[in-house]
Design a protein around this ligand. Structure first.
Ligand code: ADP
Length: 196
C-alpha cells in the first residue's frame, strides 16, 4: 500500500457509509482480544451527527482497525478503549488540534465551511512521550522499542492511516500522556465526494 501511494497509484473509491455500522463492526474486530485481556470497550456516537459519510469504506475500515488494534496492543489488562464520533466545524478543529499538528492538519483540510466527521479512539494504555508524538506517523517509526518488541508490529500502520485520510482531505493527530493513555483523533469532511 505504501509503495502504491508513493507511485500515485492508490485511488479512492467513495461510497455512502453508515457511521454507526462501520464503528460497531470495527470494534467487533478487536472485541475478542479485549475480552481476553479484561479491556472494556465502548462506542459513543453523538445523536446530532449525520449518519452517512461519503468515503472509501475499505480504507476507513483499515484506519479504524489499525487505531483500535494499536489501542488494544498498548493497553494493559483491565484498561479501557473508547471509540467516539461527532460532527465538528473547521473552527472547532482549529481551536482543538494540538499545536505540533496544526500546520499539517489545517493545510489538508482546506478552507471550506463544510462540517467534518470526527472519530476518536481513546485508550488507557502506555501513552507516548511528547518528543515521540510526531514521529509515529512516519513510516517504520516505533518509538517504544521495548513495548514494540513485546507486542510486534511494523511501524507502518499510522503512516498508512495518515495517507489514507489525506487522500480524503482529512487528517489525524494524537494527544497522549505517558502511562495514562492516548487519544487518536481523525477528521474527515462529510461532503467532498466531487473532489476525490
Ligand atoms: P506498529 O505496527 O508498530 O503498531 P504503527 O505505525 O501503527 O506501527 O505505530 C507506530 C508506533 O506508535 C508504535 O510502534 C508505538 O510505538 C506507537 N503507538 C501507536 N499507537 C499507540 C497507542 N495507542 N499507545 C501507545 N503507543 C502507540
Amino acid at each position: 500500500d505504501i509503495s502504491k501511494i508513493e507511485s500515485g497509484k492508490m485511488t479512492v473509491t467513495p461510497t455512502d457509509i453508515d457511521i454507526h455500522t462501520i464503528l460497531t463492526s470495527s470494534l467487533t474486530m478487536i472485541r475478542e482480544k479485549a475480552i481476553k485481556h479484561g479491556i472494556e470497550t465502548s462506542v459513543q456516537i453523538d445523536k446530532e451527527m449525520p449518519q452517512i459519510l461519503r468515503a472509501d469504506e475499505r480504507k476507513l475500515k483499515q484506519v479504524l482497525y489499525n487505531l483500535l488494534s494499536n489501542a488494544a496492543k498498548f493497553t494493559d489488562d483491565g484498561g479501557s478503549i473508547t471509540l467516539s464520533a461527532k460532527m465538528v466545524s473547521r473552527n472547532w478543529i482549529e481551536s482543538r488540534v494540538p499545536e505540533i499538528f496544526k500546520v499539517d492538519c489545517l493545510s489538508v483540510l482546506g478552507e471550506s465551511g463544510e462540517p467534518f466527521c470526527l472519530i476518536s479512539v481513546s485508550d488507557t494504555g502506555i501513552g507516548i512521550k511528547l518528543e515521540d508524538i510526531k514521529k509515529i506517523f512516519t513510516a517504520f517509526e516505533q518509538v517504544e522499542s521495548s513495548a514494540s518488541r513485546r507486542y510486534g508490529g511494523t511501524g507502518l500502520g499510522l503512516a498508512l492511516c495518515k495517507s489514507f485520510l489525506e487522500m480524503h482531505h482529512g487528517s489525524i493527530w494524537v494527544e497522549s500522556e505517558l502511562d495514562q493513555g492516548s487519544t487518536f483523533t481523525l477528521v474527515l469532511p462529510y461532503v467532498h465526494a466531487n473532489t476525490i
